[in-house]
Ligand binder design. Structure first.
Ligand SMILES: Nc1nc2c(c(=O)[nH]1)N[C@@H](CN(C=O)c1ccc(C(=O)N[C@@H](CCC(=O)O)C(=O)O)cc1)CN2
Ligand SMILES: NCC(=O)N[C@@H]1O[C@H](COP(=O)([O-])[O-])[C@@H](O)[C@H]1O
Length: 235
C-alpha cells in the first residue's frame, strides 16, 4: 500500500517518492478532533490503534451531529469527550461550522478527522485548519463522489471499488489523495455487504493515513532543518 506524501506548502502538490518506511517519531502525540454522523467504526479503529501503540495520537474530542448515534456510545466507552452539535439547530452552515471550530480550538485539536461526517463543511472551517483536515470516503475517488458512493458503485456495475483517504478542500471529495485501498465487488453484493467489505479496508487506511500525514510536517521540517544545517558554511 503506497502512501504518496504531500508537500507542506500552501499550494498542495503530490510528490512522487513513497514516504520512507521509518518516519521521525513525533515526541508528543498528535491531537485529533474527530467528526462523525453515524456508527463511528472509523472512530473506534483510530481509538484502538492508539491503545495498541500503532498511532502516536490522542483523540481530544468527538463531535457528532445526529442525536443518539452509535459513535457517541463508542466515545463514552473510550472516555473521549463527545459533543452533539446538531446541524438542524443552526440557521446557517457557517454557524454550525463556527461552533465546531470553537469546540475544536477549546480542545487544542491539531488535526481534524471527518470519520463519516455527512455534512459539507465551509471554506471558513477549512481555513481554520489549513491542510489539516482528513476525510475518508467509501469509493476509489475520483469515482463516485458524494453521498451513496457504495450504491453508485453497484449501480455502475464496477468489479473493483474501494475507499480513499484525502485532505479536505472546499470542492467535495476532490482534495489530494493520501491513501486508497481496492475492494472487489461480488456478484451477489448488496450495499450492506459491499460496504462491510469496504469498511475492513477503511479501518486500516484511516490509521495509516493519519500516521503518515501527521508525521509529514515534522519529517518535512526535519528535512528542511537538515538542508539548512548542511548548507551552513564550515567554520
Ligand atoms: N467542503 C468539503 N466538505 C466535506 C468533504 C469535502 O471533501 N469537502 N467531504 C465530506 C464527506 N463526504 C464524502 O466523503 C460527503 C458528505 C456529505 C455530503 C452531502 O452532500 N451532505 C449533505 C447532507 C446529506 C445528508 O445529511 O444526508 C449536505 O451537507 O447538505 C457530501 C459528501 C464531508 N464534508
Ligand atoms: N461521503 C462520506 C461517506 O460516505 N463516508 C462514509 O461513512 C461511513 C462512516 O462509517 P463509520 O461511522 O462506521 O465510521 C464510512 O464508510 C465512510 O467512508
Amino acid at each position: 500500500m503506497t502512501v504518496t506524501p504531500i508537500s507542506d506548502d500552501s499550494t498542495l502538490s503530490l510528490v512522487s517518492p513513497t514516504i520512507p518506511a521509518k518516519l521521525p517519531q513525533q515526541d508528543a502525540p498528535v491531537k485529533l478532533g474527530i467528526l462523525a454522523s453515524g456508527s463511528g467504526s472509523n472512530f473506534e479503529a483510530i481509538a484502538q490503534a492508539i491503545a495498541d501503540g500503532h498511532l502516536n495520537a490522542k483523540i481530544q474530542v468527538l463531535i457528532y451531529n445526529n442525536p443518539g448515534i452509535k459513535a457517541a456510545a463508542r466515545a463514552e466507552r473510550w472516555n473521549v469527550p463527545a459533543f452533539l452539535l446538531n446541524h438542524r439547530d443552526f440557521k446557517r452552515r457557517q454557524d454550525l461550522d463556527a461552533q465546531i471550530v470553537q469546540t475544536l480550538r477549546e480542545y487544542d485539536v491539531e488535526w481534524v478527522i471527518l470519520a463519516g461526517w455527512m455534512r459539507i463543511i465551509t471554506p471558513g472551517f477549512i481555513d481554520a485548519f489549513p491542510n489539516r483536515i482528513i476525510n475518508i470516503h467509501p469509493s476509489l475517488l475520483p469515482s463516485f463522489k458524494g453521498i451513496g458512493a457504495v450504491e453508485q458503485a453497484l449501480a455502475a456495475g464496477v468489479k473493483i471499488t474501494g475507499c480513499t483517504v484525502h485532505l479536505v478542500v472546499p470542492e467535495v471529495d476532490s482534495g489530494p489523495i493520501l491513501i486508497q485501498a481496492a475492494v472487489p465487488v461480488l456478484p451477489d453484493d448488496t450495499p450492506e455487504t459491499l460496504h462491510a467489505r469496504i469498511q475492513v479496508q477503511e479501518h486500516k487506511i484511516m490509521v495509516e493515513a493519519i500516521r503518515y500525514a501527521t508525521a509529514l510536517p515534522n519529517a518535512l521540517a526535519a528535512r528542511q532543518h537538515q538542508v539548512e544545517v548542511s548548507s551552513e558554511p564550515h567554520r
